[in-house]
Design a protein around this ligand. Structure first.
Ligand code: NDP
Length: 253
């Protein structure tokens, strides 16, 4: 069996796995952050866990770029920059901004994170730089590319701003939780997740690819149940939690 057939099989499995994860996560909140529980086994420093599980994404993507067989074009260069702008931050900056006095993550989450990020990066990078056959310069003016890049950038800004608000809730050395306030938190409990979903939906549009779509589906499958769990948790912990605030989608859910 050649690599192309394996790639196609893996892509189908990836969509199926996302559906299974979506259902499972409504019953079990992934054990990190406020949902960490002792019975999930060994733990490690959260900062190191984030770095280890996210780093495969920018590194493997760069390797697939170098090994790629498609000819270089502006759309490819822009898509490469978009991916790396997100993942270099997520891997090598975000972990060092986490506040929470010695917070820990289960090793299981870190290991599953490495598996997911490696598989996802392989599918997206191999497709973009080799199996897609390339993107012509005219793709730059295609409405799907323009809308996708715009959505990616909007999601990026919302995600970073929302994470920055959370960061300010703790003074150095603190590890508890407070009710986040501010413009984007008026509407939803998890604007960082909303931004992340917009980022990868934009990516799916801009790449107009099945691996891109699979990533967007995975992100939703991961983060929609987690937003629901966070929202329920806030409501159970804070009597005065703003009643009009939704979990993930302003005004709706
Ligand atoms: P959370 O919103 O749960 O937490 C983000 C950070 O803020 C953590 O350090 C957390 O501390 C802290 N924090 C959260 N809420 C409060 C509060 N009310 N008071 C004080 N501190 C708080 O996000 P995640 O950790 O799940 O995700 C982090 C980033 O990674 C997000 O941008 C998310 O979008 C992205 N991500 C993307 C995924 C994908 O599938 N593409 C999957 C998972 C995450 P603590 O850890 O102690 O709870």
């Amino acid at each position: 069996m050649n690599e192309h057939s394996l790639f196609d099989m893996m892509l189908v499995a990836w969509f199926a796995l996302a559906a299974a994860v979506f259902v499972a996560l409504f019953f079990i909140a992934a054990p990190y952050g406020r949902h960490t529980r002792n019975h999930w086994g060994l733990t490690m420093r959260a900062r190191l866990g984030w770095l280890m599980m996210e780093a495969p994404s920018p590194l493997l993507f760069a390797a697939l770029f170098v090994l790629g067989r498609n000819s270089l074009s502006w759309p490819i260069v822009i898509l490469f920059i978009m991916w790396q702008a997100h993942y270099l931050h997520r891997s090598f900056i975000y972990p060092f901004t986490i506040r929470g006095a010695g917070k820990r993550m289960t090793v299981l989450v870190m290991a599953l994170g490495i598996l997911f990020n490696s598989g996802n990066t392989y599918l997206n990078g191999r497709y973009l730089f080799t199996f897609s056959g390339g993107y012509a310069a005219s793709w730059l003016l295609d409405p799907r590319f323009i809308a996708g890049v715009a959505l990616f950038v909007a999601g990026y800004v919302v995600n970073r701003k929302a994470d920055a608000v959370l960061r300010t809730l703790r003074k150095p050395g603190e590890s508890g939780y407070k009710v986040p306030q501010g413009r984007i938190y008026q509407w939803v409990s998890c604007p960082n997740y909303l931004g992340e979903i917009a980022i990868w939906t934009g990516w799916a549009l801009a790449t107009w690819s099945l691996p891109g779509l699979a990533f967007a589906v995975w992100t939703f499958a991961n983060l929609a149940p987690r937003a629901r769990a966070h929202h329920k948790w806030y409501r159970s912990q804070f009597q005065d939690y703003p009643p009009q605030r939704k979990a993930l989608i302003p005004g709706l859910w």
